[in-house]
Design a protein around this ligand. Structure first.
Ligand code: FAD
Length: 496
């Protein structure tokens, strides 16, 4: 019987067929690039908890490099791992790979779906509908529950007026144990030795690292936040970092949750009359739609995708406050608060990632590959497969439209509507010229001005570009943003 080599993204029972296993904790994996301290903690804690749980059935090796544990062995097999690099390493060693697990649809399913499109470009919405039909989740025979597949229109509410928080109960938090304490001691030592570059705060562990903990996190989300998930999916409040989000991306990406079972369970809440359809559909779309979609795009777009796309010629380094998570001197409240959340938790929710940090980087022409690496290290749920399409494609439009048909660029009006950040900011989102000019608003116009030649043929950008052409003070705004000294924030002016 071969020994099953399990990876850090394969820690759940869905990767266990009952035989002997090998689990490797390779220190070098934590020292390659700066990493959020809480991300390193979560991975180490998850690996060590799994090793303790499997007991005699697992050979647990703590080594410098993976090769130290596997070179020269011919008794290994593995479920296909989650990156091009890991699969190539297994192939080089002649290790047999079983089809991947941990997603709702297989790579073969996706290939069939693509083959059936007759050359039409892949679209997430079509893929999502097809997955709904195949799985029967939220379906009444051939019809979607409620008559529509997508209830997004109901799900874009701003935060409730004058609210400081959504007023939901404090989420379930894990209780740290001796394994966490040992991880903390090891990280302190590795950091002191200079073997790892850790960024961010060492907060209490906030995410599930075992199946039992994941079960508690799911039950808590369903009981206390699912109902509000849909309406407030895109809303942000400074003093409510979780809002109604599930906080399940870490256990999902560690392989501790079967996403199909999770989606079925959430759908059952609607069937039982305990949760509104708009929230349930919104959540199901994230899990069986977006998550699987990003996974398949990773393979579909190929191993060179992250490095080979830079359509908007963005070459700036990742800004210092991003790289260090030190926000002292950052005046723009949206950037400061979002980076403060990332520093405190290694997590921020989707709109903070896309419309605050991603939008800022898009406007200021940050190199998309470098930004991808930054997101991967700074966020607790960053994995090799999930970042490229989300960052290079969706957030930076660096692939010219393979992933998203238009750039997710926005001015301060969007931030002001969907968040409470602008109230406490020294800039005014309605002002684009002068000392109070909001760098997100003025930056939006300066971005359009710079990207116009690349976006001219995109019919979805026709309206914003027409707005740019009508702007009476276009030249002055662009000149201001190119000259504006935001250097105290480490950001530099908008490039020409
Ligand atoms: P919820 O809001 O409760 O959503 C439920 C689940 O849906 C998530 O747990 C996640 O598994 C899935 N999901 C939703 N959208 C996506 C998506 N676009 N891609 C993949 N899964 C999705 N997600 C990651 O898992 N890891 C990342 O490193 C990551 N980086 C991102 C970077 C950028 C620039 C953007 C725009 C999005 C990124 N996402 C990433 C997607 C999404 O922001 C996170 O999955 C989500 O914020 C995690 O919090 P949650 O578990 O509370 O999610």
């Amino acid at each position: 019987m071969p020994v099953r080599w399990i990876f850090a993204e394969q820690l759940g029972s869905q990767f266990d067929d009952g035989g002997r296993m090998l689990l490797v904790e390779a220190r070098a994996a934590f020292g390659r690039r700066p990493m959020h301290r809480q991300k390193a903690h979560l991975y180490l804690s998850a690996i060590r908890h799994r090793a303790a749980q499997l007991g005699d059935r697992v050979e647990f090796r703590q080594v410098e490099r993976f090769g130290d544990a596997v070179d020269g062995r011919d008794d290994l097999e593995a479920v296909a791992p989650v990156s091009w690099a890991a699969r190539a390493a297994l192939r080089r060693r002649g290790i047999r790979m079983l089809p991947s697990r941990g997603f709702v649809t297989s790579e073969a399913d996706f290939a069939d779906w693509m083959a059936g499109r007759g050359g039409r470009r892949p679209r997430m919405e079509d893929f999502y509908r097809w997955t709904r039909e195949r799985t029967g989740i939220l379906m009444r025979g051939p019809e979607p529950e409620g008559g529509r597949f997508n209830l997004d229109r109901e799900n874009r509410q701003p935060p409730p007026k004058s609210a400081v928080t959504l007023g939901l109960p404090e989420p379930w938090w894990p209780e740290e144990d001796e394994i966490d304490r040992e991880v903390r001691r090891d990280l302190d030592r590795w950091q002191a030795d200079g073997r790892v570059q850790l960024i961010g705060d060492d907060g209490p562990r906030r995410f599930a690292v075992t199946e039992a903990e994941a079960e508690l996190a799911i039950a808590d989300f369903i009981a206390t936040r699912l109902g509000d998930f849909g309406p407030y999916e895109d809303a942000v409040l400074t003093h409510d970092w979780v809002m109604a989000h599930s906080l399940l991306s870490v256990p999902l990406n560690l392989g501790l949750i079967d996403p199909l079972a999770l989606a079925e369970r959430v759908a059952a809440e609607h069937a039982a009359g305990r949760a509104p359809l708009q929230s349930v559909e919104g959540f199901v779309r994230q899990v069986i739609g977006w998550r699987d979609w990003m996974w398949h795009l990773y393979w579909h777009l190929g191993p060179g995708y992250r490095r080979s796309h830079n359509r908007l010629q963005a070459t700036r380094p990742v800004p210092r406050p991003f790289a260090t998570l030190d926000t002292s001197g950052v005046d723009a409240a949206c950037i400061r608060h979002t980076l403060d959340d990332v520093r405190a938790h290694g997590w921020a929710h989707h709109i903070q990632r896309l419309m605050v940090l991603g939008n800022w980087a898009l406007q200021r022409a940050v190199d998309p590959a470098e930004l991808t690496d930054w997101f991967a290290g700074a966020f607790v749920d960053g994995t090799p497969w999930v970042m490229p399409a989300n960052v290079v494609g969706m957030s930076q439009h660096a692939d010219g439209g393979l992933v998203a048909t238009k750039p997710y660029a926005a001015g301060g009006a969007y931030v002001s509507k969907m968040t409470d950040y602008c109230g406490g900011c020294r800039f005014d989102p309605k002002v684009r010229l002068g000392p109070d000019a909001c760098p997100v608003t003025a930056g939006y116009w300066a971005f359009l001005d710079r990207a116009e030649p690349h976006l001219r043929g995109n019919h979805r950008m026709a309206q914003p570009l027409a707005g740019l052409r009508r702007l009476s003070d276009r030249d002055a705004v662009v000149a201001q943003e190119r000259a504006r000294d935001l250097d105290s924030e480490g950001f530099g002016p908008v490039p020409s």
